[in-house]
Design a protein around this ligand. Structure first.
Ligand SMILES: C[S@@+](CC[C@H](N)C(=O)[O-])C[C@H]1O[C@@H](n2cnc3c(N)ncnc32)[C@H](O)[C@@H]1O
Length: 225
């Protein structure tokens, strides 16, 4: 069962990222700050993979005048976002679908957290270009997701560290091992250099790494003018 469409799994979604992603709250806060350093107080921000609403909530609480469009293909995750946001939802429009469901913008910034590792490699470049196309020149784009070296031994090592972090956060060892094996078998994870090349090819400049938390990495890049 897809964890983003299964209502029971979605109900527990918010417990997951803090236990699985090292420094999750700070990752969200850094994403907000990287956007804030470039945009005005009333910025319009696109969030792809906005289901659950966790980064929308962090961003909206920190920036009382930003307005958001959040896009996600999982209806249950969008419902959860609505609940998570509560009254903050007044500044958020949620759209069901993939990147093509996003309004044309132009947006002052975009974020895509813990999501691009689900996008098949063949779709990754197009997804990034479609984000880029909706941004004003110079607008920041912040992305963070699973990315690690792809040699056989290195993959095994980083996946074992993913599981070890989960166990250290209180996840049952058998569940952590199962999740790590499923990630290794099913997700189109790319090496960091490949991620950076895809961002540059999609029209982002000054791409730089701002976050590395075991198997997860995050970059900021700026839409070419
Ligand atoms: C792990 S959750 C992350 C949600 C949120 N960004 C966060 O950090 O809590 C991944 C989300 O990506 C969504 N997703 C999966 N494939 C996607 C795609 N191709 N485009 C946009 N969102 C996608 C899923 O439905 C899910 O809501």
């Amino acid at each position: 069962m897809n964890p983003f469409t299964d209502p029971q799994a979605v109900a527990r979604y918010a417990e997951g990222p803090p236990r699985l992603v090292p420094g999750f709250a700070d990752l969200q806060r850094m994403a907000m700050l990287l956007i804030a350093e470039k945009v005005s107080e009333d910025a319009r921000v696109l969030v792809l993979g906005a289901g659950g609403g966790l980064e929308l909530k962090t961003f909206a609480e920190a920036q009382p005048r930003w307005r958001f469009d959040g896009v996600d293909p999982a209806a249950e995750m969008l419902k959860l976002a609505q609940v998570t946001l509560g009254p903050l939802a007044a500044r958020v429009r949620l759209h069901l679908g993939y990147i093509d469901a996003a309004p044309e913008g132009p947006f002052d910034a975009a974020a895509c957290l813990l999501t691009l590792h689900f996008v098949p490699v063949a779709e990754r470049g197009r997804t990034l270009r479609e984000i880029r196309r909706r941004l004003r020149p110079g607008a920041p784009f912040v992305a963070a997701h699973l990315s690690f070296p792809q040699g056989e031994k290195e993959r095994a090592l980083w996946l074992s560290r993913y599981a070890a972090f989960a166990v250290a956060s209180g996840v049952e060892p058998a569940k952590a091992e199962g999740a790590s094996a499923a990630i290794g078998a099913q997700l189109p994870i790319l090496a960091p250099e490949r991620e950076e090349a895809l961002l540059r090819d999609a029209g982002f400049s000054n791409v730089s790494l701002f976050y590395a938390g075991f198997a997860f990495r995050g970059w900021v890049g700026y839409a070419d003018g």
